[in-house]
Design a protein around this ligand. Structure first.
Ligand code: SF4
Ligand code: SF4
Length: 241
């Protein structure tokens, strides 16, 4: 069993000689392992033999082939054919802090999006919540996901891409933070995150580091059962980190 991932941003069929298709051994023997749909390549995973030739031949490094043990179950989530697939999820436990560490593109944000209820896991197809519950029935993760789906637990989420905040919110910092301060924690958060002097500033005028700390305060001030902070260190200096 293998997973073929094509990075759609990197893949540029107009600037290459379609090396992926040209050098693919099964294609050379007549299989349709790689076909072009709407101008972009599509790899059929069960026809791929996992040789990795396309990975090395693609001039833009757009292809990743991952050979998996046969016994691996279906993914928890997959972003369509030849899209990224996630196979595991950590289990949040009340009163505990869980950290997810790993290189870019390993699925940390996808895991956080699922656990915070922003993204419904699709099990690699178009799965309903009922199918998700069935897959994880009898497990702590299953109980957790059911509560997320039924809104039985409240989550608070600090997004990874904080530079998008000024596009969805306009106004001064105090206006945003007072709106999210559901548990009266703002004075303490302003102090600990060093943002007291930013309160009258317009959100659009904040630097990356200031915006990051305001975003952390906004998420932490909510009254939630679980708090998710997707990437807290970008833009912050070593002391703030
Ligand atoms: S995957 Fe690489 S070789 Fe294949 S079409 Fe895209 S850029 Fe070209
Ligand atoms: S890994 Fe080998 S068989 Fe699979 S698509 Fe690439 S070139 Fe073809």
């Amino acid at each position: 069993m293998r997973i073929a991932i094509i990075n759609r941003d990197r893949c540029q069929p107009r600037k290459c000689s379609k090396e992926c298709e040209y050098f693919c051994p099964p294609v050379r023997t007549g299989d349709e392992t790689i076909v072009f749909v709407d101008g972009k390549p599509q790899i059929t995973e069960n026809l791929c033999v996992g040789c990795g030739i396309c990975v090395h031949k693609c001039p833009f490094g757009a292809i990743t082939i991952i050979n998996l043990p046969e016994e691996m179950e279906d993914p928890i989530h997959r972003y369509g054919q030849n899209g990224f697939a996630l196979y595991g999820l950590p289990v949040p436990i009340e009163g505990r802090v869980t950290g997810l560490l790993g290189p870019n593109g390993i699925g940390k944000s996808t895991a956080v999006s699922i656990l915070s209820g922003i993204l419904r896991p699709n099990l690699g197809k178009a799965a309903s919540w009922e199918e998700v519950f069935q897959r994880f029935s009898g497990s702590i993760l299953g109980d957790y996901l059911k509560k997320v789906a039924d809104k039985g637990i409240k989550t608070s989420y600090k997004p990874q891409y904080i530079d998008r905040i000024p596009k969805s919110y306009s106004g001064i910092v105090s206006g945003l933070l007072e709106r999210t301060d559901e548990r009266g924690a703002l004075p303490e958060l302003m102090e600990s995150l060093g943002i007291s002097k930013l309160m009258e500033r317009d959100i659009s005028s904040l630097s990356g580091g200031e915006l990051q700390r305001v975003a952390i305060a906004a998420a932490a001030a909510r009254d939630a059962d679980f708090y998710f902070f997707d990437e807290i260190s970008p833009y912050l200096d070593i002391y703030q980190r």
